[in-house]
Design a binder for this molecule. Sequence first.
Ligand code: G6P
Length: 374
Amino acid sequence: DAGAVELGGFPDYMSKEIHEQPAALRATLKDRLALDGTVSLDLAGQGLDLRGVERIVIAACGTAYHAGLVGKSVIERLARVPVEVAVASEYRYSEPVGDGKTLVIAVSQSGETIDTLAAVEAARGFGGRVLAVTNTRGSLITREADAVLLTHAGPEVAVASTKAFTTQVAVMQMFALELARVRGTLPEERLLELGRSLRLVPEKVEETLAALEGEYAERLAEAVEVFEDARCALFLGRGEAFPIALEGSLKMKEISYVPAEGYPAGEMKHGPIALVDERCPVVAVLGEGVVREKTLSNVDQTSARGANVICVARSDDADAKRLSRVVLPVPEAGGLIAPIVDSVPLQLLAYGVATSRGLNVDKPRNLAKSVTVE
Ligand code: G6P
């Protein structure tokens, strides 16, 4: 209930919720991620035994689907279990394949999305086990699931999801660590190290916000300006940065109405590059490791065709600086930190573009906070 949550000095709920992310992440990690990096989710205590899981399906809608895509990548990388991510409205009618060794993870901020509930029902049809990841205690989905992992984001009022998304990602990451431990796919010491990296996420998000609203505020303003007469936009990333690019493009179209496509950077040359000109900004999430270089070379191809490029990269990334008009900096982020931290500049960018156009960011046209009828 929007009326019950105070704005506390923020101009709107979206801005408030973006700034609540450090606290929301802290609350979500609390009691689940120990100082030494040990994860304890108490799934066995809820009757969900991970030992027999051979396959995972993540079903969700909208932003929660993007959190699911990050989940797939981290679960497969750490726990070596095949994961399929399905849009719930498709999954429910797909005559899904599965058995008692299939775990269905339903991700839903509200816990009331009709298609996600139906996906859970479809999984029941083949005897699958169900884990719900939701922000809403006592919601319908918690009653349909074998086990529940709550995100502790607090009430999210703005239609465009921010803190619910980043806490969903943190839960997926903790789940991947837990599953990797159960399956013994990585040495204990490596898992603890990754767990400890995740503990740093709240302060890294704080740092990112402070930098983009302090030292680098002009860069953010310049990125917003690039969008002033944009006809469309391309959001690019690879690996775990790809779902973050998708989520960035969803935020942009939801609240600013700029037609925006999220695409895997390497696939862009098979279509979307045809859109590129000076009025179609390219927003690239570089990420880390080998994907960074590959994304940079894709970005280079777009700037060669006149694109105004905005890169989410480290502030000291000389290549990013050379190839782009604006670098939106994120702090050094090893281990599991990058997807959450990389989300923040894209939230602020969409927010900046929408408010610069005088739009109501909390209640964009045609959209509902939760979709409870089909
Ligand atoms: C609506 C909201 C989105 C949300 C989606 C799924 O489309 O506008 O922000 O991601 O529903 O909602 P859920 O509550 O299931 O996460």
